[in-house]
Design a protein around this ligand. Structure first.
Ligand code: ARG
Length: 485
Protein backbone atom coordinates (compact mmCIF):
# COMPACT_ATOMS: atom_id res chain seq x y z
CA UNK A 1 0.00 0.00 0.00
CA UNK A 2 2.97 2.24 0.62
CA UNK A 3 3.32 2.88 -3.12
CA UNK A 4 -0.20 4.06 -3.82
CA UNK A 5 -0.13 7.73 -4.73
CA UNK A 6 -2.77 9.67 -2.84
CA UNK A 7 -3.31 12.01 -5.73
CA UNK A 8 -4.99 10.04 -8.51
CA UNK A 9 -3.53 12.45 -11.06
CA UNK A 10 0.07 11.68 -10.06
CA UNK A 11 1.92 10.45 -13.09
CA UNK A 12 2.45 6.70 -13.24
CA UNK A 13 6.13 7.47 -13.83
CA UNK A 14 6.42 9.96 -10.93
CA UNK A 15 8.40 7.66 -8.59
CA UNK A 16 11.76 9.26 -9.19
CA UNK A 17 10.45 12.84 -9.45
CA UNK A 18 10.48 15.33 -6.60
CA UNK A 19 8.58 18.11 -8.36
CA UNK A 20 5.25 18.22 -10.13
CA UNK A 21 5.25 18.56 -13.93
CA UNK A 22 4.90 22.20 -15.00
CA UNK A 23 1.50 23.01 -16.49
CA UNK A 24 3.16 24.28 -19.67
CA UNK A 25 5.02 21.01 -20.11
CA UNK A 26 1.83 19.04 -19.61
CA UNK A 27 0.14 21.08 -22.29
CA UNK A 28 3.09 20.89 -24.64
CA UNK A 29 3.68 17.16 -24.37
CA UNK A 30 0.15 15.78 -24.19
CA UNK A 31 -1.28 13.77 -27.06
CA UNK A 32 -4.58 12.66 -25.56
CA UNK A 33 -6.39 15.50 -27.31
CA UNK A 34 -5.80 13.64 -30.60
CA UNK A 35 -4.71 10.08 -29.80
CA UNK A 36 -7.95 9.32 -27.94
CA UNK A 37 -9.20 7.99 -31.25
CA UNK A 38 -6.93 4.97 -30.68
CA UNK A 39 -8.88 3.96 -27.56
CA UNK A 40 -10.57 0.94 -29.11
CA UNK A 41 -7.29 -0.47 -30.35
CA UNK A 42 -5.53 0.27 -27.09
CA UNK A 43 -8.19 -1.70 -25.25
CA UNK A 44 -8.06 -4.52 -27.78
CA UNK A 45 -4.27 -4.73 -27.33
CA UNK A 46 -4.50 -4.60 -23.54
CA UNK A 47 -7.05 -7.35 -23.55
CA UNK A 48 -4.83 -9.67 -25.61
CA UNK A 49 -1.85 -8.78 -23.44
CA UNK A 50 -3.78 -9.54 -20.23
CA UNK A 51 -4.90 -12.90 -21.63
CA UNK A 52 -1.30 -13.78 -22.31
CA UNK A 53 -0.26 -12.67 -18.79
CA UNK A 54 -2.92 -15.02 -17.43
CA UNK A 55 -1.87 -17.93 -19.64
CA UNK A 56 1.71 -17.46 -18.46
CA UNK A 57 0.66 -17.41 -14.81
CA UNK A 58 1.83 -13.82 -14.37
CA UNK A 59 -1.68 -12.80 -13.32
CA UNK A 60 -4.44 -15.08 -12.01
CA UNK A 61 -7.66 -16.00 -13.77
CA UNK A 62 -9.56 -13.86 -11.32
CA UNK A 63 -7.31 -10.90 -11.98
CA UNK A 64 -7.80 -11.33 -15.72
CA UNK A 65 -11.56 -11.36 -15.23
CA UNK A 66 -11.31 -8.09 -13.29
CA UNK A 67 -9.15 -6.48 -15.96
CA UNK A 68 -11.44 -7.76 -18.70
CA UNK A 69 -14.54 -6.31 -17.02
CA UNK A 70 -12.72 -3.07 -16.28
CA UNK A 71 -11.61 -2.62 -19.88
CA UNK A 72 -15.12 -3.26 -21.16
CA UNK A 73 -16.50 -0.63 -18.82
CA UNK A 74 -13.86 1.89 -19.86
CA UNK A 75 -14.64 1.28 -23.53
CA UNK A 76 -18.30 1.85 -22.87
CA UNK A 77 -17.61 5.02 -20.87
CA UNK A 78 -15.38 6.48 -23.58
CA UNK A 79 -18.05 5.72 -26.15
CA UNK A 80 -20.59 7.59 -24.05
CA UNK A 81 -18.29 10.60 -24.02
CA UNK A 82 -18.63 10.74 -27.80
CA UNK A 83 -15.94 10.84 -30.45
CA UNK A 84 -14.34 14.13 -29.53
CA UNK A 85 -14.82 13.54 -25.78
CA UNK A 86 -13.12 15.83 -23.34
CA UNK A 87 -10.08 14.17 -21.79
CA UNK A 88 -8.05 15.65 -18.97
CA UNK A 89 -4.72 16.56 -20.54
CA UNK A 90 -2.81 15.69 -17.39
CA UNK A 91 -3.26 12.04 -18.38
CA UNK A 92 -0.82 12.74 -21.22
CA UNK A 93 -2.06 10.15 -23.67
CA UNK A 94 -4.84 7.63 -24.23
CA UNK A 95 -2.65 4.77 -23.02
CA UNK A 96 -2.10 6.34 -19.61
CA UNK A 97 -5.71 7.44 -19.39
CA UNK A 98 -7.02 3.91 -19.89
CA UNK A 99 -4.52 2.50 -17.44
CA UNK A 100 -5.40 5.13 -14.83
CA UNK A 101 -9.11 4.39 -15.27
CA UNK A 102 -8.42 0.68 -14.89
CA UNK A 103 -6.49 1.28 -11.67
CA UNK A 104 -9.39 3.39 -10.39
CA UNK A 105 -11.71 0.48 -11.06
CA UNK A 106 -9.54 -2.51 -10.16
CA UNK A 107 -7.00 -1.03 -7.76
CA UNK A 108 -4.03 -3.40 -7.26
CA UNK A 109 -5.08 -5.66 -10.12
CA UNK A 110 -5.26 -2.73 -12.54
CA UNK A 111 -1.64 -1.99 -11.73
CA UNK A 112 -0.63 -5.36 -13.11
CA UNK A 113 -1.73 -4.73 -16.70
CA UNK A 114 1.41 -2.87 -17.64
CA UNK A 115 3.61 -5.84 -16.68
CA UNK A 116 6.05 -6.69 -19.49
CA UNK A 117 4.84 -3.79 -21.58
CA UNK A 118 5.93 -0.23 -22.27
CA UNK A 119 4.07 2.60 -23.92
CA UNK A 120 6.68 2.33 -26.65
CA UNK A 121 5.51 -1.08 -27.86
CA UNK A 122 1.94 -0.26 -26.88
CA UNK A 123 1.66 2.81 -29.11
CA UNK A 124 3.28 0.95 -32.02
CA UNK A 125 0.71 -1.81 -31.57
CA UNK A 126 -2.24 0.57 -31.36
CA UNK A 127 -1.21 2.34 -34.55
CA UNK A 128 -0.84 -0.95 -36.40
CA UNK A 129 -4.26 -2.15 -35.27
CA UNK A 130 -5.76 1.20 -36.23
CA UNK A 131 -4.23 1.27 -39.71
CA UNK A 132 -5.17 -2.33 -40.36
CA UNK A 133 -8.76 -1.52 -39.49
CA UNK A 134 -8.87 1.60 -41.68
CA UNK A 135 -7.29 -0.21 -44.63
CA UNK A 136 -9.36 -3.40 -44.41
CA UNK A 137 -12.70 -1.92 -43.54
CA UNK A 138 -12.63 1.35 -45.27
CA UNK A 139 -10.06 2.22 -47.89
CA UNK A 140 -10.05 -0.99 -49.95
CA UNK A 141 -13.81 -1.21 -49.81
CA UNK A 142 -14.31 2.34 -51.02
CA UNK A 143 -11.81 1.91 -53.85
CA UNK A 144 -13.63 -1.22 -55.04
CA UNK A 145 -16.97 0.61 -54.94
CA UNK A 146 -15.56 3.41 -57.05
CA UNK A 147 -13.98 1.02 -59.55
CA UNK A 148 -17.33 -0.70 -59.96
CA UNK A 149 -19.03 2.64 -60.58
CA UNK A 150 -16.46 3.49 -63.26
CA UNK A 151 -16.79 0.07 -64.87
CA UNK A 152 -20.59 0.48 -64.91
CA UNK A 153 -20.35 3.85 -66.68
CA UNK A 154 -17.77 2.43 -69.10
CA UNK A 155 -20.15 -0.39 -69.95
CA UNK A 156 -22.68 2.20 -71.08
CA UNK A 157 -20.08 4.11 -73.08
CA UNK A 158 -18.29 1.49 -75.10
CA UNK A 159 -19.33 3.35 -78.25
CA UNK A 160 -19.05 6.89 -76.97
CA UNK A 161 -16.22 8.43 -78.92
CA UNK A 162 -14.19 11.31 -77.52
CA UNK A 163 -10.87 12.93 -78.34
CA UNK A 164 -7.85 11.39 -76.67
CA UNK A 165 -5.20 13.95 -75.72
CA UNK A 166 -1.46 14.19 -75.49
CA UNK A 167 0.19 17.45 -74.44
CA UNK A 168 -3.40 18.58 -73.86
CA UNK A 169 -3.80 18.67 -77.67
CA UNK A 170 -6.33 16.52 -79.46
CA UNK A 171 -4.41 13.46 -80.54
CA UNK A 172 -6.51 10.46 -81.59
CA UNK A 173 -10.09 9.37 -81.03
CA UNK A 174 -10.69 7.05 -78.08
CA UNK A 175 -13.80 5.86 -76.34
CA UNK A 176 -15.07 7.32 -73.08
CA UNK A 177 -15.01 3.78 -71.69
CA UNK A 178 -11.31 3.51 -72.53
CA UNK A 179 -10.58 6.81 -70.79
CA UNK A 180 -12.49 5.87 -67.64
CA UNK A 181 -10.94 2.41 -67.53
CA UNK A 182 -7.52 4.05 -67.38
CA UNK A 183 -8.57 5.33 -63.96
CA UNK A 184 -9.83 1.88 -62.97
CA UNK A 185 -6.31 0.59 -63.67
CA UNK A 186 -4.79 3.33 -61.51
CA UNK A 187 -7.11 2.53 -58.62
CA UNK A 188 -6.28 -1.13 -59.08
CA UNK A 189 -2.63 -0.35 -58.41
CA UNK A 190 -3.59 1.81 -55.41
CA UNK A 191 -5.58 -1.04 -53.95
CA UNK A 192 -2.68 -3.44 -54.49
CA UNK A 193 -0.34 -1.07 -52.69
CA UNK A 194 -2.64 -0.82 -49.67
CA UNK A 195 -2.98 -4.59 -49.60
CA UNK A 196 0.74 -5.17 -49.80
CA UNK A 197 1.23 -2.69 -46.98
CA UNK A 198 -1.22 -4.68 -44.83
CA UNK A 199 1.25 -7.52 -44.94
CA UNK A 200 3.84 -5.34 -43.21
CA UNK A 201 1.37 -3.59 -40.90
CA UNK A 202 0.46 -7.01 -39.61
CA UNK A 203 3.62 -7.45 -37.51
CA UNK A 204 3.28 -7.64 -33.73
CA UNK A 205 5.56 -5.19 -31.88
CA UNK A 206 4.21 -6.04 -28.40
CA UNK A 207 6.79 -7.79 -26.26
CA UNK A 208 9.53 -5.39 -27.34
CA UNK A 209 8.63 -3.41 -24.19
CA UNK A 210 10.74 -0.26 -23.91
CA UNK A 211 13.28 -1.50 -26.45
CA UNK A 212 15.05 -4.67 -25.34
CA UNK A 213 12.25 -7.00 -24.28
CA UNK A 214 11.65 -8.31 -20.78
CA UNK A 215 13.10 -10.79 -18.30
CA UNK A 216 9.57 -12.02 -17.58
CA UNK A 217 8.37 -15.18 -19.27
CA UNK A 218 5.96 -13.84 -21.89
CA UNK A 219 4.50 -15.57 -24.95
CA UNK A 220 4.37 -13.37 -28.02
CA UNK A 221 2.91 -16.09 -30.22
CA UNK A 222 -0.36 -16.10 -28.24
CA UNK A 223 -0.69 -12.33 -28.49
CA UNK A 224 -0.01 -12.52 -32.22
CA UNK A 225 -2.79 -15.06 -32.70
CA UNK A 226 -5.26 -13.23 -30.48
CA UNK A 227 -4.73 -10.01 -32.41
CA UNK A 228 -4.80 -11.76 -35.79
CA UNK A 229 -1.31 -10.62 -36.70
CA UNK A 230 0.72 -12.39 -39.31
CA UNK A 231 4.27 -11.84 -38.07
CA UNK A 232 6.14 -11.03 -34.88
CA UNK A 233 8.77 -8.31 -35.00
CA UNK A 234 12.18 -9.94 -35.17
CA UNK A 235 14.12 -7.19 -33.40
CA UNK A 236 12.72 -5.42 -30.34
CA UNK A 237 14.73 -2.24 -30.97
CA UNK A 238 13.33 -1.98 -34.49
CA UNK A 239 9.83 -2.84 -33.24
CA UNK A 240 9.55 0.33 -31.13
CA UNK A 241 11.43 2.67 -33.43
CA UNK A 242 9.74 1.68 -36.71
CA UNK A 243 7.14 3.94 -38.28
CA UNK A 244 7.64 2.68 -41.84
CA UNK A 245 4.10 1.36 -41.86
CA UNK A 246 2.73 4.85 -41.13
CA UNK A 247 4.92 6.35 -43.84
CA UNK A 248 3.82 3.65 -46.27
CA UNK A 249 0.15 4.26 -45.58
CA UNK A 250 0.57 8.00 -46.14
CA UNK A 251 2.68 7.39 -49.21
CA UNK A 252 0.07 5.04 -50.68
CA UNK A 253 -2.58 7.63 -49.88
CA UNK A 254 -0.51 10.31 -51.61
CA UNK A 255 -0.33 8.26 -54.79
CA UNK A 256 -4.06 7.56 -54.65
CA UNK A 257 -4.79 11.25 -54.07
CA UNK A 258 -2.58 12.12 -57.04
CA UNK A 259 -4.78 9.84 -59.18
CA UNK A 260 -7.98 11.31 -57.77
CA UNK A 261 -6.61 14.80 -58.29
CA UNK A 262 -5.84 14.11 -61.95
CA UNK A 263 -9.38 12.88 -62.38
CA UNK A 264 -10.72 15.94 -60.53
CA UNK A 265 -8.71 18.19 -62.82
CA UNK A 266 -10.35 16.56 -65.84
CA UNK A 267 -13.78 16.98 -64.32
CA UNK A 268 -13.06 20.69 -63.81
CA UNK A 269 -11.85 21.06 -67.41
CA UNK A 270 -14.61 18.97 -68.92
CA UNK A 271 -17.31 20.98 -67.16
CA UNK A 272 -16.11 24.28 -68.65
CA UNK A 273 -18.11 25.92 -71.42
CA UNK A 274 -15.03 25.49 -73.63
CA UNK A 275 -15.05 21.69 -73.29
CA UNK A 276 -18.72 21.09 -72.44
CA UNK A 277 -18.05 17.36 -72.13
CA UNK A 278 -19.91 16.91 -68.86
CA UNK A 279 -22.53 18.42 -66.67
CA UNK A 280 -22.33 17.82 -62.96
CA UNK A 281 -25.82 17.84 -61.45
CA UNK A 282 -26.86 20.89 -59.43
CA UNK A 283 -26.76 18.90 -56.22
CA UNK A 284 -23.01 18.48 -56.66
CA UNK A 285 -22.03 21.98 -57.78
CA UNK A 286 -22.10 25.23 -55.84
CA UNK A 287 -22.90 28.81 -56.79
CA UNK A 288 -21.02 32.08 -56.72
CA UNK A 289 -21.94 34.83 -54.26
CA UNK A 290 -21.62 37.50 -56.96
CA UNK A 291 -22.10 35.89 -60.38
CA UNK A 292 -25.63 34.51 -60.60
CA UNK A 293 -24.92 32.36 -63.66
CA UNK A 294 -22.13 30.32 -62.08
CA UNK A 295 -22.22 26.63 -61.22
CA UNK A 296 -18.85 25.69 -59.88
CA UNK A 297 -17.28 22.22 -59.72
CA UNK A 298 -16.13 22.81 -56.12
CA UNK A 299 -16.16 19.13 -55.15
CA UNK A 300 -13.65 18.30 -57.86
CA UNK A 301 -11.58 21.38 -57.02
CA UNK A 302 -11.44 20.43 -53.36
CA UNK A 303 -10.41 16.88 -54.16
CA UNK A 304 -7.57 18.39 -56.16
CA UNK A 305 -6.87 20.86 -53.36
CA UNK A 306 -6.85 18.30 -50.56
CA UNK A 307 -4.12 16.35 -52.32
CA UNK A 308 -1.69 18.98 -51.08
CA UNK A 309 -2.34 18.30 -47.43
CA UNK A 310 -1.81 14.57 -47.91
CA UNK A 311 1.56 15.23 -49.57
CA UNK A 312 2.29 17.63 -46.70
CA UNK A 313 1.68 14.83 -44.20
CA UNK A 314 4.12 12.61 -46.09
CA UNK A 315 6.87 15.22 -45.95
CA UNK A 316 6.06 15.86 -42.30
CA UNK A 317 6.43 12.23 -41.18
CA UNK A 318 9.53 11.64 -43.31
CA UNK A 319 11.14 14.73 -41.82
CA UNK A 320 10.19 13.73 -38.27
CA UNK A 321 11.83 10.34 -38.71
CA UNK A 322 14.88 11.25 -40.73
CA UNK A 323 17.36 11.98 -37.95
CA UNK A 324 16.04 9.90 -35.09
CA UNK A 325 18.55 7.69 -33.34
CA UNK A 326 17.27 4.29 -32.17
CA UNK A 327 14.97 3.46 -30.51
CA UNK A 328 11.80 5.33 -29.42
CA UNK A 329 12.01 9.12 -29.29
CA UNK A 330 9.20 11.42 -28.27
CA UNK A 331 9.40 13.11 -31.67
CA UNK A 332 7.52 10.08 -32.91
CA UNK A 333 4.37 11.31 -31.23
CA UNK A 334 4.27 13.77 -34.14
CA UNK A 335 3.29 10.91 -36.44
CA UNK A 336 -0.31 10.97 -35.30
CA UNK A 337 -1.82 14.27 -36.30
CA UNK A 338 -0.68 14.08 -39.93
CA UNK A 339 -1.77 10.44 -40.10
CA UNK A 340 -5.22 11.16 -38.67
CA UNK A 341 -5.57 14.09 -41.04
CA UNK A 342 -4.73 11.82 -43.98
CA UNK A 343 -7.28 9.24 -42.83
CA UNK A 344 -9.96 11.93 -42.45
CA UNK A 345 -9.11 13.40 -45.84
CA UNK A 346 -9.15 10.18 -47.83
CA UNK A 347 -12.34 9.09 -46.07
CA UNK A 348 -14.10 12.30 -47.12
CA UNK A 349 -12.68 12.27 -50.62
CA UNK A 350 -13.54 8.63 -51.35
CA UNK A 351 -17.02 9.09 -49.94
CA UNK A 352 -17.84 12.18 -52.01
CA UNK A 353 -16.34 10.96 -55.29
CA UNK A 354 -18.35 7.76 -54.94
CA UNK A 355 -21.44 9.81 -54.28
CA UNK A 356 -20.92 12.40 -57.01
CA UNK A 357 -19.81 10.32 -59.98
CA UNK A 358 -23.21 8.82 -60.82
CA UNK A 359 -24.52 12.42 -60.98
CA UNK A 360 -22.30 13.36 -63.91
CA UNK A 361 -23.93 13.56 -67.35
CA UNK A 362 -21.69 13.03 -70.34
CA UNK A 363 -22.39 15.10 -73.45
CA UNK A 364 -21.84 12.33 -75.97
CA UNK A 365 -22.57 14.42 -79.09
CA UNK A 366 -20.11 17.09 -78.10
CA UNK A 367 -17.45 14.47 -77.40
CA UNK A 368 -18.04 12.74 -80.74
CA UNK A 369 -17.96 16.07 -82.59
CA UNK A 370 -14.68 17.22 -81.10
CA UNK A 371 -13.14 13.79 -81.61
CA UNK A 372 -13.56 14.18 -85.36
CA UNK A 373 -12.05 17.66 -85.54
CA UNK A 374 -8.43 18.79 -85.66
CA UNK A 375 -6.95 16.14 -87.97
CA UNK A 376 -7.39 13.49 -85.29
CA UNK A 377 -7.28 10.81 -88.01
CA UNK A 378 -3.86 11.78 -89.34
CA UNK A 379 -2.24 8.71 -87.75
CA UNK A 380 -4.92 6.54 -89.38
CA UNK A 381 -3.97 7.97 -92.77
CA UNK A 382 -0.27 7.31 -92.12
CA UNK A 383 -1.05 3.76 -91.03
CA UNK A 384 -3.18 3.30 -94.16
CA UNK A 385 -0.11 4.20 -96.23
CA UNK A 386 1.94 1.70 -94.22
CA UNK A 387 -0.54 -1.05 -95.09
CA UNK A 388 0.00 -0.09 -98.75
CA UNK A 389 3.72 -0.65 -98.37
CA UNK A 390 5.12 2.80 -97.53
CA UNK A 391 7.74 2.95 -94.70
CA UNK A 392 6.25 4.65 -91.63
CA UNK A 393 8.68 7.61 -91.52
CA UNK A 394 7.77 8.46 -95.12
CA UNK A 395 4.05 7.94 -94.42
CA UNK A 396 4.38 10.33 -91.46
CA UNK A 397 5.91 12.98 -93.71
CA UNK A 398 3.40 12.51 -96.54
CA UNK A 399 0.52 12.77 -94.05
CA UNK A 400 2.10 15.88 -92.54
CA UNK A 401 2.16 17.45 -96.00
CA UNK A 402 -1.50 16.56 -96.55
CA UNK A 403 -2.45 18.15 -93.22
CA UNK A 404 -0.51 21.28 -94.17
CA UNK A 405 -2.37 21.34 -97.51
CA UNK A 406 -5.70 21.17 -95.61
CA UNK A 407 -4.67 24.02 -93.32
CA UNK A 408 -3.72 26.22 -96.29
CA UNK A 409 -6.92 25.33 -98.09
CA UNK A 410 -8.96 26.13 -94.98
CA UNK A 411 -7.32 29.52 -94.82
CA UNK A 412 -8.04 30.43 -98.43
CA UNK A 413 -11.62 29.11 -98.33
CA UNK A 414 -12.19 30.53 -94.85
CA UNK A 415 -13.79 27.31 -93.68
CA UNK A 416 -12.39 24.25 -92.07
CA UNK A 417 -11.12 21.54 -94.40
CA UNK A 418 -10.24 18.18 -92.84
CA UNK A 419 -8.67 15.07 -94.38
CA UNK A 420 -11.91 13.42 -95.42
CA UNK A 421 -12.96 16.62 -97.28
CA UNK A 422 -10.22 16.16 -99.89
CA UNK A 423 -11.08 14.42 -103.14
CA UNK A 424 -9.09 11.52 -104.52
CA UNK A 425 -7.23 13.75 -107.00
CA UNK A 426 -5.94 15.91 -104.19
CA UNK A 427 -4.82 12.83 -102.23
CA UNK A 428 -3.07 11.45 -105.32
CA UNK A 429 -0.90 14.58 -105.56
CA UNK A 430 0.77 13.32 -102.40
CA UNK A 431 0.83 9.58 -103.03
CA UNK A 432 -0.59 7.30 -105.67
CA UNK A 433 -0.95 4.62 -102.98
CA UNK A 434 -4.05 6.43 -101.75
CA UNK A 435 -7.15 4.90 -103.29
CA UNK A 436 -10.88 5.24 -102.86
CA UNK A 437 -10.87 2.93 -99.82
CA UNK A 438 -9.26 5.74 -97.84
CA UNK A 439 -12.65 7.32 -97.11
CA UNK A 440 -13.91 4.36 -95.11
CA UNK A 441 -10.73 4.61 -93.03
CA UNK A 442 -11.18 8.29 -92.27
CA UNK A 443 -14.03 8.02 -89.77
CA UNK A 444 -13.64 8.12 -86.01
CA UNK A 445 -15.62 4.87 -85.73
CA UNK A 446 -13.24 2.88 -87.95
CA UNK A 447 -10.30 4.52 -86.24
CA UNK A 448 -11.49 3.39 -82.79
CA UNK A 449 -12.64 -0.06 -83.91
CA UNK A 450 -9.35 -0.65 -85.70
CA UNK A 451 -7.33 -0.42 -82.49
CA UNK A 452 -8.12 -3.94 -81.40
CA UNK A 453 -4.81 -4.71 -79.78
CA UNK A 454 -4.77 -5.87 -76.16
CA UNK A 455 -5.38 -2.74 -74.08
CA UNK A 456 -6.35 -0.65 -77.10
CA UNK A 457 -9.36 1.59 -77.49
CA UNK A 458 -11.01 -0.94 -79.83
CA UNK A 459 -11.16 -3.72 -77.29
CA UNK A 460 -12.70 -2.01 -74.25
CA UNK A 461 -15.43 -4.62 -74.03
CA UNK A 462 -12.77 -7.23 -73.38
CA UNK A 463 -11.07 -4.87 -70.92
CA UNK A 464 -14.29 -4.50 -68.98
CA UNK A 465 -14.67 -8.26 -68.92
CA UNK A 466 -11.10 -8.77 -67.72
CA UNK A 467 -11.37 -6.15 -64.99
CA UNK A 468 -14.76 -7.40 -63.79
CA UNK A 469 -13.54 -10.98 -63.64
CA UNK A 470 -10.38 -9.91 -61.88
CA UNK A 471 -12.40 -8.03 -59.30
CA UNK A 472 -14.79 -10.92 -58.69
CA UNK A 473 -11.88 -13.32 -58.24
CA UNK A 474 -10.16 -10.88 -55.96
CA UNK A 475 -13.28 -10.57 -53.82
CA UNK A 476 -13.22 -14.32 -53.29
CA UNK A 477 -9.47 -14.48 -52.73
CA UNK A 478 -9.56 -11.47 -50.42
CA UNK A 479 -12.25 -13.03 -48.28
CA UNK A 480 -10.37 -16.33 -48.07
CA UNK A 481 -7.12 -14.56 -47.31
CA UNK A 482 -8.55 -12.76 -44.31
CA UNK A 483 -10.36 -15.83 -43.07
CA UNK A 484 -6.99 -17.54 -42.84
CA UNK A 485 -5.72 -15.02 -40.33
N1 ARG B 1 2.08 9.44 -26.57
C1 ARG B 1 3.27 8.75 -26.95
C2 ARG B 1 3.36 8.67 -28.47
O1 ARG B 1 2.37 8.87 -29.09
C3 ARG B 1 3.27 7.37 -26.38
C4 ARG B 1 4.60 6.78 -26.13
C5 ARG B 1 5.29 7.51 -25.07
N2 ARG B 1 6.42 6.82 -24.59
C6 ARG B 1 7.24 7.39 -23.73
N3 ARG B 1 8.22 6.69 -23.31
N4 ARG B 1 7.08 8.62 -23.34
O2 ARG B 1 4.38 8.44 -29.05
Amino acid sequence: MANIKKDSKKKPWAGVFTEETAKGVEEFTESISFDHRLYEFDIQGSWAHAQMLMNQGIITKKEFAEIDAGLREIKHEIELKGKSGDFDKSFEDIHMYIEAELIKKCRETGKKLHTARSRNDQVALDLRLYLRFITEHYVIDQIITFQRTLIGISQENIDTIMPGYTHMQRAQPVTLAHHLLAYVEMFERDKERYKEALERISTLPLGACALSGTTLDIDRETVKKKLRFKHISGNSIDAVSDRDFVIEFISNSSIMMMHLSRMAEELVLWSTKEFSFIKISDAYTTGSSIMPQKKNPDVAELIRGKTGRVYGALVSILTTMKALPLAYNRDMQEDKEPLFDVVNTIKHVLRIINEMFPHIKFNKERMRETAAEGFSLATDLAEYLVTKGMPFREAHEVTGNIVKYCIDKSRSLEKSVDLHDLDLKEFEQFSDLIKDDIYSRLTVETSVKGRKLFGGTGEVEAQIKRLSEQMDMEKKKWRKFWQLW
